[in-house]
Write a protein that binds this ligand. Sequence first.
Ligand code: KG4
Ligand code: ZN
Length: 366
Amino acid sequence: MYKKLTPAELKKYKTQDVYVLAIESSCDETSVAVVKNGTEVICNLINSQIEIHRRFGGIVPEVASRNHLMALLPLVQEAMTKIPQNANVVVAVTNKPGLAGALMVGIAGAKALAFSLGVPLVAVNHIEGHIAGSYLVGVKPQIDPGLSTDKPLRPPFTALVVSGGHTEVVKVKSHIEFEKIITTADDAIGEAFDKVARVLGLPYPGGPEVQKRAENFKRAVGVAHICDPHPFSYTIPPADSTHFSYSGLKSAVINYVHNLKQKSVGVAVLSDPQIDEICFHFQELAFKQLTQRAVKLADKKLILCGGVAANTRLKEMMKEEAEKAGVEFHPVPFKYCTDNAAMIGAQGYFNLINNRNIATMELGNE
Ligand code: KG4
Ligand code: ZN
């Protein structure tokens, strides 16, 4: 499934400008980007299926694959117009982890493109892609106001990856060397947000909805940073535990909601202030478990990435904790937190110039 570039090819890609045409289709976003030299986003097109899956209260894998199939090539056509003529082009694609059928659509498209263009195909791990979101910088601040124009961040650093499928602290030793230090023993944090939201009758995806509701509560009661006392039968795992855990918190919230509904006989739905308060406490507890441990495990620099990193309260808590510990904190810009192909293009470039994950036409999903 993998091969090596020749020394001449490697030299060319290391010394000349490279435009990575990147494809991401591991979940419910079809995205195609063009990234120059691993850091400069030329375009980042995203076709989100959120509205489609919202009807079902979550992602339906078959529906996701079908929509990737329809969305992918129109995005590729548009992205290719942004690549200068005669540029060095390579194709990068997410090949794991993710929904099998969804990944296969992106991989099949990427293989056909690389084959027909006669250029290398680079496989990218989705989690490494989330981490590589931190290498993207804005060279055109007027177009990309969320990005700094500073020099790109470089490893080594520690990464806290928080998404719908992952909750991990990873030591990033170089652009291609990763060591997972802590992961979750059960649910991922984003999954817990989505399930809690569902029980509360909030739309999919739950993360942004829970954040809004928690903000409502904070506004209504004034400054409320404390989650102790909170209403659930739940204790945060000790700071020295070897794993994160979210199933206990999720179950505690679900039990609390069921009990509330049982008590209010004849009233099937909770009031808005009740939902706001539950979201607030859930969110505080979910983040408290992460912040101290991630900061403690970081040496000098800590980055925050993945869909849940879009959460403003999490960024606030991490920043506070990092400042106390004298650790540099670098959250990935908001627009590159949730799934996107620009981050895949960034990691694809660093895989390429390190002769890593260069795929053959037999590449499959893993
Ligand atoms: O990285 P991502 O787009 O997909 C995966 O790789 O899983 O992450 C999606 C997850 C979902 O669980 C979603 O609810 C969560 O990120 N999320 C948030 C926020 N925005 C997205 N969670 C908390 N607060 C947010 N603002
Ligand atoms: Zn993701």
